[in-house]
Design a protein around this ligand. Structure first.
Ligand SMILES: Cc1cc2nc3c(=O)[nH]c(=O)nc-3n(C[C@H](O)[C@H](O)[C@H](O)COP(=O)(O)OP(=O)(O)OC[C@H]3O[C@@H](n4cnc5c(N)ncnc54)[C@H](O)[C@@H]3O)c2cc1C
Length: 268
């Protein structure tokens, strides 16, 4: 399965929207969850082939010709027009995926597999709390669109600065707060930005469902804040480290399993 770039748009200086379409998406099935994602495969320069390709056939190629897999949230899927929207964080000329999105042009192709996913805001929750950086913003934006009419909800989103803020629309009763990395004095303050903002929120009543996804150390700090303040009980918290500052996705995936087990033990 592959998508062909239909159009792109800079939503903010660090977020590029890419809309994929075309016959390569003919077999794509409706995503089941608000946070559904695809595995996308980014080719190294001079790979010598382009989508569609057989995954199996690339496995025996030398490392510098194999695709780099990355996960990306399906911001939206329009089954009638057969269009998939993905919002990519771009962080300069860094990363196979970020660079691809930065330079994507209509007609470019992206090999995909999926969808998979885990979380939609539960209809029986009394309140919903969504926390993350720009990498989780597509999932948070999709989640708030899925809220029941008037459901109390809070979203805390980390962006670089005021230019990184986007508007979210929701049928819920949504309180959105942005925090700015530019305001963090040092690495430690950066890691605490989201957690400190969560601690400063008014409390939601009743059973609260929390969605906490994004940079690993930041979401760990948020997990601790939720536990320390009993803002959501463990079984109602979806927590997932999408990426790790300073590590490529390959480096991160090599240690992610142990890291996640450690976090689960800390929060148990
Ligand atoms: C289920 C899931 C869904 C995701 N959905 C999205 C999504 O919708 N949009 C999105 O942008 N990302 C999303 N991500 C995160 C994305 O897969 C990673 O950020 C990925 O590492 C980016 O790949 P890259 O090739 O651009 O950079 P890499 O080659 O992996 O890394 C290069 C450098 O960039 C840094 N880096 C990686 N990601 C970021 C970032 N977000 N901000 C700043 N620096 C970074 C790395 O630490 C490293 O130093 C998702 C991850 C998961 C697991």
């Amino acid at each position: 399965m592959y998508g062909t770039v239909v159009r792109t748009e800079h939503l903010t200086p660090h977020l590029v929207r890419v809309v994929l379409g075309g016959d390569g998406l003919a077999d794509f099935r409706d995503p089941e969850f608000a946070d559904s994602y695809v595995n996308a495969f980014f080719l190294p320069p001079d790979a010598g082939y382009q989508p569609p390709f057989e995954d199996e056939a690339t496995r025996d190629l030398p490392r510098d010709q194999r695709p780099y897999p990355r996960r990306y949230t399906i911001r939206s899927w329009d089954g009638e027009r057969r269009e998939m929207t993905i919002d990519f964080v771009v962080h300069g000329e860094v990363g196979y995926a970020g660079r691809w999105a930065l330079h994507a042009r209509p007609g470019d192709r992206l090999q995909l597999r999926g969808p998979a996913g885990d979380y939609s805001p539960p209809t029986d929750a009394d309140g919903v709390l969504l926390v993350g950086d720009e990498s989780a913003l597509p999932a948070i934006a999709a989640c708030v669109e899925h809220l029941g009419q008037g459901t109390p909800a809070q979203a805390v989103i980390e962006v670089e600065d005021a230019a990184g803020e986007v508007e979210l629309s929701s049928p819920g009763d949504l309180d959105v707060r942005f925090v700015h990395r530019a305001d963090a004095a040092d690495e430690e303050a950066l890691t605490r930005l989201l957690a400190d903002a969560v601690r400063a929120l008014p409390r939601l009543d009743g059973v609260v469902s929390a969605f906490v996804h994004g940079e690993a150390e930041s979401i760990r700090a948020v997990g601790h804040a939720l536990r320390d303040e009993a803002r959501a009980s463990r079984e109602h918290v979806s927590i997932s480290p999408y990426w790790r500052r300073g590590l490529t996705d390959e480096q991160w995936r090599a240690v992610k399993g142990d890291w996640v087990r450690g976090l689960q033990a800390e929060l148990a």
